[in-house]
Design a protein around this ligand. Structure first.
Ligand SMILES: [Zn+2]
Ligand SMILES: [Zn+2]
Length: 353
């Protein structure tokens, strides 16, 4: 390797490392080096500076790095759109999207997800339609964003289901037989459309092929100790008390109007089981166990914080609203998407999640 290619190789490596570690000061030093043209400029490197600033949540620096890119390509645009979306600057994200000479499916997915995440169903679905017409090749991500955007609109979900079949989402399942995502998207579509038999078939296929979803897991810190709960896991020393507490609490909130949404038991747990058993499974979701334990082991009126490694499920979300009302407690759940702060029967997300 000659001197220049050696330097370039190291430069790229350092830049990637500083992005991975969100190391802003090293990243800035590299950027200064780059500015002085000590390294030959390239769109590839410029895009990485956009990524760096975006990861370090320096939105205006990301924009400046983008503006200085001499020949921005679709990756440059996508990187900045994702940065805007992450910081909830949806209008800036959309304006930039409109400037892309030829958006690709990642550009669409990023923007559809951003709208879906805010509960902006209209723009999310019209972008989905646009992507579909453009013939870019809808993938599982596009569909799952559209399903999120459709939330409880059964009519829309049915349409998406037809689309999943026409566009061959089934074939995703056979292309990547061990990837859980296409199975989960398909079974969510079936469940939301009330097609239980189709959903059960997908679940069976998953089971027969041994495809595993990442298990849902929630944890809470009480007295400087972290207590971890996995759905249906009975290893916690106080699990009997927790189950008893939950049973009582669920009865109480039923009186207040809570109706267990067994779709979430089906979607998450599969199998052909009865109503009673489905309610039991729902009642033992990891986030419910962690919240119950938190309420039992802290003082009256004290707020509690639970963390979860996946998105909170719809039934737990609804139950926590009632529980916050009845117990007069503030319950915060941080899932992979956002903070949900339940207080006096409402959630801070306004039910958009
Ligand atoms: Zn749940
Ligand atoms: Zn919420």
């Amino acid at each position: 390797m000659n001197q220049i290619s050696w330097t370039l190789h190291n430069f790229r490596h350092l830049l990637k490392t500083s992005i991975a570690h969100k190391d802003l000061s090293t990243g800035k030093a590299l950027h200064a080096f780059y500015f002085k043209s000590l390294v030959p400029p390239s769109t590839y490197l410029s895009n990485h500076f956009v990524l760096l600033y975006s990861k370090c949540r320096r939105l205006s620096a990301a924009r400046a790095a983008f503006d200085l890119t001499r020949h921005p390509n679709v990756f440059s645009f996508n990187a900045l759109i994702a940065a805007y979306a992450k910081e909830s600057h949806i209008n800036d994200a959309h304006n930039l999207f409109d400037q892309i000479p030829e958006p690709d499916i990642v550009s669409y997915n990023t923007l559809i997800f951003a709208y879906a995440d805010r509960g902006d169903t209209g723009p999310a679905l019209s972008l989905f339609d646009e992507a579909r017409r453009s013939g870019l090749g809808i993938d599982g991500f596009t569909l799952s964003a559209a399903v999120t955007a459709s939330s409880n609109n059964v009519g829309l979900i049915r349409l998406l289901h037809c689309f999943a079949i026409c566009s061959g989402l089934d074939s995703f399942v056979s292309l990547e037989p061990l990837n859980a995502t296409p199975y989960v998207i398909l079974s969510n579509i079936y469940a939301a459309a009330g097609r239980w038999q189709d959903m059960a078939a997908i679940r069976r296929l998953m089971r027969d092929r041994g495809v595993k979803k990442k298990p849902g897991c929630s944890w809470i810190e009480v007295d400087r100790r972290t207590h971890v709960f996995v759905a249906e896991d009975a290893s916690h020393p106080m699990i009997k008390e927790i189950h008893g507490y939950l049973e009582e609490m669920l009865e109480k909130i039923k009186w207040a109007g809570y109706v267990p949404d067994v779709r979430w038991a089906l979607v998450k747990d599969g199998g052909d089981i009865g109503q009673r058993e489905m309610e039991m499974k729902l009642g033992h979701h990891s986030e419910k166990l962690a919240v119950a334990f938190g309420l039992m082991s802290t003082k009256e009126g004290e707020p509690i914080l639970v963390l979860k490694n996946l998105r909170i499920c719809g039934d737990c979300h609804n139950a926590f609203k009632f529980i916050s009302e009845i117990t007069k407690r503030e319950i915060t759940v941080r899932d992979t998407h956002r903070f949900h702060c339940f207080k006096e029967g409402r959630c801070s997300c306004g039910d958009y999640w």
